[in-house]
Design a protein around this ligand. Structure first.
Ligand code: URA
Length: 232
């Protein structure tokens, strides 16, 4: 990759500013100052810009604790989107939510610009697990749990086997491997109940980081990126 592109991608400056930094001798690659903006360098090189270590990121993966009131979309004229929660510095990365949570659902939303990995994670064939904490309007009975776990018809579609762990009379954690529109809400409607609060607590084997407050986000760690099959 050209050095000026690597520098601008790594620290979020324009190509012009990147070229200036390079010309001024403020960029070193593997310990050597390089003043040629067009030099071909490896994405994995050790990069120092103005004496600070910088890293080129091919893809970005953010774990967000989505609050209610935001839609899982990249652009909307009327409603706030999850991208509105991100720092302005992320605007150049073309991030999008990998999957959707309803406007009134909270919890784990993956934001990335890695289309291939997002596509794989969302593919029904991959049966990627999603865990939700659900609070219900009415008591959840053993019969309802058995019915939902076995699969219910949510309107022309019978859900795949799910797992429910009851937490209280009207609270549970439900694990599903699909992502149909309003799926969890519809599954409980099938047994005459209603979801009054929903939070996704894990996605693709990654638990939501409990230190993230509503609306907060962080980069996935290298290990977490490996687990979801992404690449940094
Ligand atoms: N199921 C729902 O009903 N809503 C969500 O936001 C996610 C899963």
């Amino acid at each position: 990759m050209r050095l000026d592109k690597l520098v601008s991608d790594a620290i979020g400056v324009t190509r012009k500013d990147s070229k200036n930094l390079i010309k001024k001798g403020l960029v070193s690659v593997n310990g050597e100052i390089i003043k040629d903006a067009g030099a071909n360098v490896s994405e994995d090189c050790s990069l120092l810009i103005e004496g600070k270590k910088a890293e080129y990121k091919r893809f970005i993966y953010l774990m967000m604790n989505k609050p209610q009131g935001y839609i899982s979309s990249t652009d909307d004229k009327r409603q706030k989107t999850v991208l509105d929660l991100l720092d302005e510095s992320f605007s150049r990365y073309d991030l999008f939510p990998a999957g959707r949570l309803d406007i009134d659902t909270e919890g784990f939303l993956l934001l990335t610009n890695d289309g291939q990995t997002a596509h794989t994670l969302l593919s029904p064939a991959k049966k990627v697990g999603k865990e939700y904490f659900a609070r219900l309007e009415h008591i959840l009975t053993k019969e309802d749990i058995t019915a939902i776990e076995g699969g219910v018809d949510i309107g022309g579609y019978v859900t795949k086997p799910a797992k429910i762990v009851q937490k209280s009379d009207n609270e549970c954690v439900i694990t599903i491997v699909e992502g149909k529109f309003h799926q969890v809400k519809k599954m409980f409607e099938c047994v005459g109940n209603k979801v009054v609060y929903l939070k996704r607590i894990s996605f693709a084997s990654l638990p939501l980081d409990p230190s993230l407050g509503l609306g907060e986000y962080r980069f996935l760690t290298k290990e977490e990126v490996d687990i979801i099959g992404g690449s940094l």
